[in-house]
Design a protein. Structure first.
Length: 390
């Protein structure tokens, strides 16, 4: 994944086309009705997440013409022909941005849609920060680089307080609409009971301190050793085999260079599968999540599915990365620091002895329905109306 806060010098190449497109938009705007919605996410590398959810919501909306909904990408040739797409950094990309009604993004407008365009104060569209996950387990270290927006989406009052206290945002900029992609989760999980655990997703997140390490050295990292130890443990094998459970291991994309090392160490284990796939599908299919610090835990809580936190390096993580939450009192599942604790916690859910806390579920989500996208759209309409009246 691209470093979304790479040096601004790397974006200087966009300046000529930015200026030309801006001037063209400036001349054209008196004759254009601002109707376009420009949307992007994940530095233009993925058509996924909250950006994708809101794009599809608008395309299927009767209030917006599909031709006025535009996705931004660095990989335009890899997307379906059904997707209306602009290339990030192109003349049309900048022109559509400066003449758009609204720009929505998951990381920043500069990385996801129009590099450096936020520096120009005049002729900006309404800007909505959709976010790519719920703040909580991972403290953000770049709050000083947050770009200005007209609305920052959160899922509850907990998220509001984090963005006020740590992001230093004013209360009127924070909109408690719920995350766009959760509409799909609500729709796909309605009427389903999760009393039986048939499929477990194991999703260990990446450790920044291991980035760029050579494969020969990676095997000695605590991260690698703990993952391999859990998967090779005869008690893990017995658990999934006896209970006829599929254990799906979704490694972080940064693990790709080390995939062969994982496979060599682990070998073939019944009921265990590895993948670098479409995590959104696995979130829906799986009945329980094992993770350490991944924000996917919120997706499971939203669906009323159990989460077990396996934080074997909790002390170092809190020192090097940090969290907005107290891991001892504010998490919504067992927090395990050893393999034996993890296996005990799994048995508890599989045997039906443990349940998801409904109190915490409603504490972290103001809205549990399929109207998050609708609420975001209403915020845009209100901002648009205020801008016209202002």
């Amino acid at each position: 994944m691209t470093n979304i806060f790479a040096s601004r010098l790397s974006k200087v190449k966009y300046m000529p086309v930015l200026i030309v497109a801006y001037l063209a938009a400036l001349v054209s705007l008196p004759f254009i009705k601002r109707q376009r919605y420009v949307i992007g996410g994940h530095s233009g590398e993925l058509f996924e997440d909250n950006g994708k959810a809101f794009y599809e919501f608008l395309v299927n909306s009767k209030s917006v013409s599909a031709e006025n909904v535009i996705w931004y990408s660095t990989r335009t040739n890899e997307l379906s022909e059904d997707i209306n797409v602009n290339k990030i950094g192109s003349f049309k990309g900048y022109f559509d941005y400066f003449t758009a009604k609204c720009a929505l993004y998951t990381h920043s407008s500069s990385t996801d849609i129009a590099p450096l365009a936020f520096h120009i104060k005049f002729m900006q569209p309404i800007r909505i920060y959709l976010d790519h996950g719920i703040d909580g387990l991972k403290k953000v270290g770049w709050t000083s680089k947050i770009e200005p927006a007209d609305g920052y989406v959160v899922a509850s009052n907990v998220g509001r307080k984090i963005k006020q206290q740590y992001w230093h945002l004013s209360n009127d900029l924070i909109v408690d609409t719920g995350l766009a992609r959760y509409d799909r989760l609500f729709e796909t999980t309605q009427g389903k009971a999760y009393s039986n655990i048939n499929r477990i997703l194991y999703l260990p997140t990446w450790r920044e301190w291991d980035y760029g390490i050579e494969p020969s050295e990676f095997e000695s990292t605590e991260y690698f050793r703990k993952i391999v130890s859990f998967l090779k443990d005869p008690k893990t094998s017995q658990l999934v085999t006896d209970q006829h459970i599929v254990l799906h291991v979704e490694l972080h994309p940064f693990c790709k260079p080390y995939l062969n090392i994982f496979k060599q160490q682990i070998g073939d284990i019944d009921h265990v599968e590895f993948a670098f796939g479409n995590i959104s599908d696995e979130i829906v299919k799986s009945d329980l999540l094992i993770t350490d610090y991944s924000s996917v835990c919120w997706d499971f809580l939203y669906q009323n599915k159990p989460v077990v936190f396996y934080q074997f390096d909790q002390e170092r993580y809190l020192n090097d990365r940090g969290s907005y939450l107290n891991f001892d009192t504010q998490l919504f599942g067992p927090v395990c620091k050893t393999e034996s604790e993890l296996l005990i916690a799994l048995h508890g859910y599989i045997n039906g002895e443990e349940k998801v806390s409904q109190r915490l579920r409603h504490h972290y989500f103001t809205h549990i329905d399929n109207r998050n996208c609708s609420r975001v759209y209403s915020v845009i309409e209100e901002l648009s109306k205020n801008a016209k009246n202002g």
